[in-house]
Design a protein around this ligand. Structure first.
Ligand code: HEC
Length: 444
């Protein structure tokens, strides 16, 4: 026996490579499972990519409030929405693969948690407001809410301790859960075998399915490696190239402003994958918000966990009109809300430009100073004057005709529904200048 072979024999005996790894690699897969079966490994590939880039990122990221903002580049998050919709549509969650679905749902939840905690690590203005908004949401949960919010913030308000806490969630706790769930998920895929492509008129019957599957796979199956794995490899490699190209060509998202608690006007917008929920809550009647914020996610979670109860019968989407209709309805709803979230007329316009001199009218004096404050203090994000500014609050083009200085002062100092109170943020002189400016906004 050649020395190389002897070394291999030894290693194989002690490590169990051909006993364990080889059978796993060559497990039989359905012969007609073709290109549309690559999404599972594709998700796994992007996860590995996240792990590797995440570790690289951790080399230079400093989880302190002073450094976080400067040291950060953000990684692209690949949410496995598509994979989930596909397994649902193909009925792959049916007997005996119910637990594959459940571990998949858990993976989905931790992926969202991962993306969300990652967003906070950017430690810019948006990140900090997002965390405050979510702590407020958590605080609305009955009974445990306030303690949960305190747990998230690591105190009564955000600060360095919040950042450390989210860093530990993001790099230790949630990844540990992800590894555990990925392990369970892959193990279950091996245990129950890859589901065969569904055929209409071939319902799943728990009494006969297993025997039928094993007989079929033994007769017609092909070893996963190399017969099926090459497609996964090609698709995975393509995906890595696309992600790398995006990183080079598009790059990391812009960081917002440094967090500053005195800046009242900010844009606590969630990242793209949750943008649709932002529209949902902006468009709901405010009185529904409380209920919806708690009941909505709980309802969604319960439905997702209960889906495997329908674990028998047809798997083919051609015979499951309700499954197809519900996926289409969800895509349309989320898509519409998402588009609304991008335009978001209800949201402050942070791109507003200072009012041009032709609109201000007077050069020098309190009116001009007021116009400058109107921009500097963020009023213009929410209020339009002569077409300049956001649409969140009432148009103030002719506010001088409508309100007395006392009414304006009261509103500015006290705020209102969706307007922050500026009492602590303006000196008496600044208030006078703002009033002088607003007083000059008349129709003539
Ligand atoms: C986050 C958005 C937002 C910002 C920033 C904001 N406002 Fe408002 N403002 C509103 C909303 C919304 C209302 C309506 C409040 C209500 O009716 O309770 C309002 C009402 C007003 C009104 C009364 C208008 C009317 O027609 O009744 C005045 C005057 C006003 N704001 C001035 C200002 C000034 C001056 C600033 C800056 C110092 C400012 N606002 C900043 C959203 C904002």
């Amino acid at each position: 026996m050649s020395p190389l072979r002897r070394v291999w024999r030894w290693a194989d005996d002690r490590l169990g490579i051909s006993d364990v790894i080889w059978p796993v690699l060559t497990h039989l897969a359905p012969r007609d499972a073709r290109w549309y079966y690559v999404f599972g490994t594709a998700t796994l590939t992007t996860f590995m990519l996240q792990v590797i880039t995440g570790i690289a990122l951790a080399l230079s990221y400093i989880p302190s409030t002073a450094e976080a903002y400067d040291t950060l580049q953000f990684i692209t998050h690949q949410a496995p929405f598509g994979h989930m919709a596909q397994t649902f549509l193909m009925g792959s969650y049916k007997y005996p693969r119910e637990m594959n679905w459940i571990t998949g749902v858990l993976l989905f939840a931790v992926t969202v948690a991962m993306a969300f905690t990652g967003q906070l690590l950017r430690w810019d203005q948006t990140a900090v407001w997002s965390i405050l908004v979510s702590a407020e949401i958590a605080a609305r949960i009955p009974i445990v809410g306030p303690s949960l919010a305190r747990f998230l913030l690591a105190g009564d308000t955000w600060g360095g301790q919040t950042l450390s806490r989210f860093f530990s969630f993001h790099v230790f706790w949630i990844p540990a859960l992800i590894f555990a769930f990925v392990g369970a998920h892959v193990w279950l895929v091996l245990r129950h075998g890859i589901s065969e492509p569904p055929k209409a008129g071939q319902p799943v019957d728990p009494r006969t399915y297993r025997a039928w599957y094993h007989a079929t796979i033994r007769r017609e199956g092909v070893p996963f490696f190399p017969d099926a794995a090459w497609r996964d490899a090609v698709f995975g490699a393509g995906l890595v190239i696309v992600v790398a190209a995006l990183a080079v060509l598009v790059g990391a998202p812009e960081l917002g402003q440094q967090p500053d608690p005195s800046l009242l006007a900010s844009s606590p917008r969630p990242d793209w994958y949750l943008l649709w929920t932002f529209s949902l809550f902006a468009l709901l009647p405010p009185s529904w918000e409380n209920t919806f914020i708690i009941v909505g996610p709980a309802f969604a979670a319960i439905v997702l966990f209960l889906i495997p109860l329908w674990n028998r019968g047809e798997r083919s989407p051609a015979r499951r009109p309700w499954a197809v209709a519900s996926v289409i309805a969800i895509c349309l709803t989320v898509g519409t809300l998402w588009i609304a979230g991008i335009t978001s007329p209800w949201s402050p316009d942070f791109a507003a430009r200072p009012l041009p001199p032709t609109v201000v009218g007077t050069a020098g004096g309190p009116v001009e100073l007021g116009a400058r404050l109107f921009y500097d203090k963020g009023c213009e994000y929410c209020h339009a004057i002569a077409g300049y500014g956001g649409l969140r609050g009432p148009d103030l083009t002719t506010v001088g005709d409508r309100l007395t200085p006392a009414e304006m002062t009261w509103r500015i100092l006290n705020g209102g529904a969706n307007m922050p109170a500026f009492a602590g943020n303006l000196t008496p002189d600044q208030v006078d200048a703002l009033i002088a400016f607003l007083k000059s906004r008349t129709a003539r």
